[in-house]
Design a binder for this molecule. Structure first.
Ligand SMILES: *Cc1c(COP(=O)(O)O)cnc(C)c1O
Length: 219
């Protein structure tokens, strides 16, 4: 199937109120243009250099999401234009995003990435680290905390994935119920599990291979 058909099928399967991030990492500009021509405006990339290159060569009304692990020393390259950074997983990185936001005279929207998978290869905060960040979040005026992001364990065990999604949803709800901080966005779900993620409360899904086809490298 073509990108156009894949995209339209996925858009149809997603309830209104859920935002689709088209994950275009490793894919050529022509693939993004095909999705763009169908109306897709939000694209996700996981490498800074590739994100900057695509930003420079593609239409300016695209909203670019940085979905991958981000090193503090690279924030400066995306700070002028990035629409949402999904993977803020340390106070150090948050501080750097704030600093670069200030330099660029803008407020940068971010999600805090939570560690929900059993694998220790995945990045993310635990609840204690989350609470530490939340208590000082108002100090960072050039960061706008929009919500949380998480990645489930890479497994065929649907029950396990569901447990991990539910645990992230309950953290999200707990934050919203405990104070004056209001989180809007819960980013969870990829090609293999986005419908499950939505049923567990996700309102932002990051879908790559089901739109653009399998990738050859860079998973
Ligand atoms: C690559 C990637 C995705 C998309 O994965 P697919 O299985 O191709 O849909 C989603 N989220 C993150 C963080 C990724 O790196």
């Amino acid at each position: 199937m073509s990108i156009k058909e894949n995209l339209n099928n996925i858009v149809k399967s997603i309830p209104s109120g859920v935002t689709l991030v088209a994950v275009s990492k490793t894919k050529p500009n022509s693939d993004l243009e095909e999705a763009y021509s169908q109306g897709q405006r939000i694209f996700g990339e996981n490498k800074v250099q590739e994100l900057v290159g695509k930003y420079e060569s593609l239409p300016k009304d695209i909203e670019w999401h940085m979905i991958g692990h981000l090193q503090s020393n690279k924030v400066k390259y995306i700070a002028p234009f990035v629409s949402l950074i999904h993977g803020v997983d340390s106070l150090k990185l948050l501080k750097e995003v704030n600093k670069q936001g200030r330099k660029n005279e803008r407020v940068i929207p971010v999600l805090l990435q939570m560690h929900i998978a059993e694998e220790d290869t995945k990045f993310g905060l635990d609840k204690e680290e989350l609470n530490t960040i939340l208590t000082s979040i108002s100090d960072y005026e050039n960061v706008d905390l929009k919500g949380l992001m998480g990645m489930a364990t890479f497994t065929d065990d649907t029950a396990k994935i569901e447990r991990e999604f539910n645990s992230l949803k309950s953290i999200f709800d707990a934050v919203n119920n405990q104070g004056d901080l209001k989180l809007e966005t819960l980013s969870m779900g990829m090609s293999g599990d986005y419908l499950l993620a939505i049923s567990c409360g996700s309102n932002m899904v990051r879908v790559g291979s089901s739109i653009f086809g399998a990738r050859n490298y860079n998973p």
